[in-house]
Write a protein that binds this ligand. Structure first.
Ligand code: A5P
Length: 295
């Protein structure tokens, strides 16, 4: 689906929408955070934004039926709300699954059912969405010890090892998950795999300086690295880095070793391998949401 806005000036378009200047009554719009999220998602999907289509935002946001996959994402995220208690310091992940959790948190806070929460976002997109939904947002400087972090995943193996980084937020996601006493994953069942890296390339976040040297090194490790691009330009993470998406033709037997070899290289900032970090996963399938525990 999606959306929207902006000509060349996203901020102005969001402002127009939120203020009602686009012709959509502000009272009938989603909260600002949701609009910003939709706009960002549209940009990620390469849709040309047009202010003239602003009413489409309203229609999509308010009325469009969800795809079956989005229904599952929402079910998993809303089930994980059971993990959240008033007073928690909470790490909030990034992506189209966590987005439903953020929305649900916004609703719970607005209804007064969750109080005294502080949330540390793993990306600018989540920060905007959360702030627009009036979730009190914080930083690791102010909240260095998190009770819980909840995030999505691109692949989940039976031991709850993960591949992450499809949305490019892997570095901040790993920092936030590492700062949390408990790390929980939310996903639809298409993310389940027997072996990591069987369906999804490994995102590796690298400094832009000398990025191609890592591609060469990854080739020596049996992988093929593609620089992540959009519109012919390298994409940049929130930290300003490049991402290499690395496909391995053969199953990787030693993921710990691969992670260590990659991270030993000067200029490799982080990998999307989240090994031994997640304690629990909420996985939604057509038959309901199952809870999986790490071994
Ligand atoms: C963001 O960088 C990723 O790690 C996401 O958490 C992961 O890609 C899952 O995203 P979706 O929930 O959008 O599938």
């Amino acid at each position: 689906v999606l959306v929207v806005v902006a000509g060349s000036d996203r901020a102005a378009a969001v402002r127009d929408l939120v203020s009602g200047a686009s012709g959509v009554p502000a009272a009938r719009l989603k909260p600002e955070g949701e609009i910003v999220w939709l706009v960002d998602q549209a940009a990620r999907d390469g849709l040309a934004p047009r202010t003239a289509q602003a009413p489409v935002v309203e229609a999509i946001a308010a009325a469009a039926p969800l795809s079956p996959t989005d229904e599952l994402k929402r079910a998993a995220a809303e089930a994980a709300l059971a993990e959240v208690r008033s007073g928690m310091r909470l790490g909030l992940g990034t992506g189209s699954t966590v987005r439903w959790l953020v929305e649900a948190l916004g609703r719970e806070i607005a209804a007064g059912r969750l109080t005294d929460l502080r949330a540390v976002p793993t990306s600018a997109a989540t920060a905007q969405l959360g702030a627009g939904l009036r979730i009190p947002m914080s930083t690791l400087e102010d909240e260095p010890d998190l009770d819980l972090a909840i995030d999505g995943a691109d692949e989940i193996d039976p031991a709850l090892n993960l591949v992450k980084g499809g949305g490019g937020a892997l570095l901040r996601e790993k920092i936030v998950a590492s700062a949390a006493r408990r790390f929980v994953v939310v996903a639809d069942d298409t993310k389940l795999v027997d072996r990591l890296l069987s369906t999804f390339p490994l995102p590796v976040e690298v400094d832009s300086f000398g990025w191609s040297t890592h591609a060469d090194a990854i080739a020596r490790l049996g992988g093929v690295a593609a620089l992540r691009e959009r519109g012919g330009e390298p994409t940049r993470t929130d930290g300003g880095h490049f991402v290499l998406d690395c496909r391995f033709g053969e199953p990787v037997a030693d993921l710990v070793g691969l992670n260590a070899r990659l991270k030993a290289r000067a200029g490799v900032v982080e990998t999307g391998l989240f090994l031994g970090m997640a304690r629990r996963a909420y996985v939604a399938s057509a038959s309901g949401v199952s809870i999986r525990e790490a071994g």
